[in-house]
Design a protein around this ligand. Structure first.
Ligand code: SAM
Length: 484
């Protein structure tokens, strides 16, 4: 979000292009939208809480984004949901309203294998994780307990190391357990995994024209648009290596430029006759793809209006383009099936230290055969195995913690997947309690009780760990998250 209230002046060359594309009348409405401030949005985490339960506790004023994403809301007051402890506990994700469309239109159902190829920082990946869990819980729920019995696997990838780690952090705050976070080139994932995914999301890096209102400035030129289109073609070309026949592919950008949208999709469809665009229009506030803005043979041009454009002058969000495609099914699916990646089970010593921790500190039971060890850390493996193949892993399942000399140290990620019902000891406070603010800023707390690990929670939802020794809780909230 831009820091000043003054609307950003879009580059003149960009505006001239848009005037040519839209024509005088629509351009006037489009231009007018840039005088309005961008809208803030949030998406409720239905892995942890139902939408009505969240609304009953939310201290913000909220308006639904539309029936196409029941968990999505526009924040209609001046509150700052990013500063609220419910955000630290992962009860929602801050996401501008239009950005909610892509994953909502791709959808995902329990048991599927889903790949988000350009996933950082994780807005759409968290949304897919929620869709993959099916319906929302009827009462505030432990994301860990729900995930233990669920089939299905989300692979979330980003090519940039720093961003892939941010993605892993955001998925951890979300309480997403059945997840593999990777940091690889799409081409490499294609050769490592093969066409085994039921759904693939490609939210491509783009020239970002649609986000101008949210930025301080935008570096824009036709050359940048052309370079983005080249990169997008390269990423989209990998989709057939990863998507199973009969599966669904969604390509999205946050730019208006036809070269990066209709044209990239048209060129892909021309290369791949086994893919077809599906009609993704789900709301009167969405616009259609514009065949007249691309060069394509008639059979492909005829499909382009099935894509969706979100415009700031038609909908209370920024600019987005979404194209949903289906890959033709074939009679016999020759795709490689899953094979268990080579995982190391914990050693006897690691298992002993984990058990000591789990027996003393957790109430929820984690099956031993779902644990794996990597670089001194223990993870809870998803029930569904990932496809075989060597990829650069950032996270495989839920990080439970680290084995240190003589003890097990629980991970912040584990706390975020728990509720107080899962922990042997907890300190549970309402959002405005001064002890919560103290905890989130890194302070220790005086609190009598038995020694040991304590789950710190807001309204029942895990926020992080503390360790009580002699009536004082030592703060284990990660340093990089602490409030100043
Ligand atoms: N889907 C994300 C979300 O909802 O939060 C936003 C994705 S952002 C539009 C595009 C991402 O693509 C960036 O995080 C960038 O690091 C990544 N990226 C850039 N080039 C890539 C490539 N060749 N393969 C995979 N990811 C790439």
């Amino acid at each position: 979000m831009k820091k000043s209230d003054k609307p950003v002046e879009p580059p003149a060359e960009f505006l001239a292009r848009m005037r040519d594309l839209l024509g005088t009348e629509e351009y006037a409405a489009f231009r007018q939208a840039f005088e309005q401030p961008p809208r803030a949005g949030l998406r409720v985490n239905t892995l942890k809480i139902s939408i009505p339960d969240f609304i009953s506790i939310a201290p913000f004023s909220l308006a639904p984004v539309g029936r196409w994403e029941p968990a999505g809301f526009i924040v209609t007051d001046e509150s700052r949901p990013g500063r609220h402890p419910y955000h630290d506990a992962g009860l929602y994700y801050l996401q501008e309203p239009s950005a909610m469309a892509a994953a909502a239109l791709l959808s995902a159902t329990p048991g599927e294998r889903v790949l988000d190829l350009a996933a950082a920082p994780g807005g759409k990946a968290t949304q897919l994780a929620a869709l993959m869990a099916g319906s929302a819980p009827t009462a505030p729920a432990s994301a860990l307990r729900r995930a233990l019995d669920e089939e299905g696997l989300l692979v979330a990838n980003d090519v940039h190391a720093g961003r892939a780690h941010l993605l892993a952090d955001n998925l951890a705050r979300w309480g997403a357990v059945n997840v593999l976070v990777t940091q690889d080139e799409p081409q490499h994932l294609g050769s490592a995994f093969g066409p085994v995914f039921d759904r693939v999301l490609i939210d491509a890096p783009c020239s970002g024209e649609g986000m101008i209102r949210r930025r301080e400035s935008l570096e824009w030129s036709e050359a940048i648009v052309a370079a983005c289109a080249r990169r997008q073609r390269g990423i989209l070309a990998v989709a057939p290596d990863l998507l199973r026949p009969g599966g669904r592919l969604l390509y999205s950008t946050c730019t208006f430029a036809p070269e990066e949208n209709e044209q990239v999709v048209a060129d892909f469809l021309a290369e791949r006759p086994d893919f077809q665009l599906m009609d993704a229009l789900r709301s009167d506030e969405f616009g259609r793809g514009r065949p007249e803005w691309a060069v394509a043979p008639p059979d492909i041009a005829g499909q382009l209006s099935r894509a969706v454009r979100l415009w700031p002058h038609r909908f209370a969000g920024e600019g987005h383009f979404v194209a949903l495609m289906e890959r033709q099914p074939i009679e016999s699916n020759a795709a490689e099936d899953a094979g268990r990646a080579r995982l190391r089970p914990p050693s006897a010593e690691e298992m002993g230290l984990w058990r000591e921790f789990a027996d003393a500190s957790l109430v929820v039971g984690i099956p031993d055969d779902r644990l794996h060890a990597h670089n001194g850390r223990l993870y809870l493996r998803p029930k569904t195995d990932p496809p075989a193949g060597r990829v650069r892993l950032v996270r495989y399942g839920l990080l439970l913690g680290e084995v240190r000399p003589g003890r097990f140290h629980p991970a912040h990620d584990l706390a975020l997947a728990l509720t107080v019902a899962d922990a042997a000891q907890s300190v549970d406070r309402p959002p405005a309690h001064p002890q919560l603010a103290a905890y989130l800023s890194g302070a220790g707390l005086p609190e009598t009780g038995p020694d040991g690990w304590v789950l710190m929670a807001v309204d029942g939802f895990g926020l992080g760990w503390g360790k009580r020794v002699g009536g004082r809780i030592k703060n284990h909230y990660p340093h990089y998250l602490r409030r100043r």
